[in-house]
Design a protein around this ligand. Structure first.
Ligand code: HMG
Length: 382
């Protein structure tokens, strides 16, 4: 029996900001943002979306009625939760009509939460092979207007249905992880924007990648040549490239890995950081855009969550994979976005209801039959 990712869905905001516009407004050379950081556009999250609606919209794209009955666990990885008590998973379970005979809960360790969900789902399915698990990874990345981190904002959701005999990626059950108490990035309860020691965080990211890749290689006797591609958590796309450069050389296989990396960053460069979902959007981007990857090829995945937790693990591409269908789904969402001016973005940033806490009210459908957030009644029962 193989276990892994059977279906993947993606959703992000209808609005984006062009990074050249942002650079001009902030008095920076656009090439710093476009090349030095590696971001082209950034999702801007309106008051009508939060992590619950974005995750529900991502999952609605992939779940059949049979899936909804078979799911017995809903895991929501996020660091932009809407309530300190009630999990975002319960809201999504209810919005989508997923069976009530399920365990539904939220987990947190910065951007690592999506991977924690994937690994927990793997173990659950190994014990209960008929189970299907819905793993949701959704976040809104905010650093503040005019900050150095502003160019690395973004947001969105990836939904993954995990099962036996998966149709996208079969996990190897081979993994190395590392955690340490580090203050590189955090967001105390009273803040909507993250506190970050930017350059320190990039150094720690690379240290954790090197540590976990070394541990993985020693544990499973594998080298870089065993991988057809490596997908990274991409807080900004240059970050993954910096990490990859620490392990490659001038050889032909390294050049192939660099080419595949270009495919893996395409969607992230247009969306920005979506924290827990970032590695999985990069995986989608790789699988949808690579011209050379084949079923059976091994992919390495590096997950990093500030604070900090890192994990390097691997899987092989499933025989049934349909790259065009993955590409079509993501590109439709991205193509339908509206470009905002910098003043429009700043106004939306200031007005966002997202992450305000309290109960939420939903409209089950707007023009595109999507979930939208109508408002919150904090401190009231609705
Ligand atoms: P900065 O200090 O403004 O940028 O902030 P810089 O001066 O370091 O320049 C960036 C790059 O642009 C440099 O390239 C420059 O050379 C280049 P590098 O040396 O790094 O290769 N550059 C140019 N290139 C071309 N043409 C030009 C030009 N000018 C300069 N004209 C920083 C950058 C990333 C620190 C900032 O944006 C930040 O703080 N971001 C947020 C933190 C972050 O994303 N950290 C990533 C690692 S931590 C992580 O991944 C976890 C996270 O996702 C959170 C979680 O886990 O929940 C963040």
């Amino acid at each position: 029996m193989t276990i892994g990712i059977d279906k993947m869905g993606f959703f992000t905001s209808d609005y984006y900001l062009d990074m050249a516009d942002l650079a001009n407004a902030r008095g920076e050379d656009p090439n710093k943002y476009l090349i030095g950081i590696g971001q082209k556009d950034q999702a801007v999250i309106p008051p009508t979306q939060d992590v619950v609606t974005m995750a529900a919209n991502a999952a609605a794209k992939i779940l059949s009625d049979d899936d909804k009955q078979a799911i017995d666990m809903v895991i929501f990885g996020t660091e932009t939760g809407v309530d300190n008590s009630k999990s975002a998973a319960i809201y999504v379970q209810s919005l989508l009509g997923i069976s009530n005979s399920a365990r539904s809960f939220e987990i947190k360790q910065a951007c690592y939460g999506g991977t924690a969900g994937v690994q927990m789902a793997f173990d659950h399915i190994a014990m209960h092979p008929e189970s299907k698990v819905l793993v949701l990874a959704a976040d809104i990345a905010r650093y503040g207007i005019g900050t150095a981190g502003e160019v690395t904002q973004g947001g969105g959701a990836v939904a993954m249905l995990m099962s036996q005999d998966p149709q996208i990626l079969a996990l190897d059950n081979q993994s190395a992880f590392h955690s340490e108490n580090i203050m590189d990035f955090w967001r105390p309860f009273y803040r909507r924007d993250a506190i970050v020691d930017g350059h320190y965080s990039t150094d720690i990211y690379i240290d954790f990648f090197n540590q976990t890749f070394k541990d993985y290689s020693a544990k499973y006797q594998r080298t870089l040549s065993d991988f057809s591609a490596v997908a990274f958590h991409l807080p900004f796309t240059k970050m993954g490239l910096k990490a990859l450069r620490t392990v490659i050389d001038d050889g032909a296989h390294s050049q192939k890995l660099l080419k595949e990396f270009d495919h893996s960053k395409k969607y992230n460069a247009l969306v920005g950081n979506l924290y827990t979902g970032s590695l999985y959007l990069s995986l989608l981007s790789l699988l949808a855009n690579s011209k050379t990857l084949q079923p059976g090829d091994r992919i390495g995945l590096f997950s990093y969550g500030s604070g900090a937790q890192g994990e390097f693990y691997s899987g092989t591409i499933a025989p049934e994979i349909q790259p065009q269908s993955l590409a079509g789904q993501v590109e439709q969402v991205i193509a339908n976005r509206t470009r905002l001016s910098v003043p429009e973005y700043e106004a939306m940033y200031a007005n966002g209801l997202s992450n305000a806490g309290g109960d939420v009210t939903f409209d089950a459908a707007d023009d595109d039959s999507r979930f939208v957030l109508l408002g919150r009644q904090a401190d009231q029962l609705v």
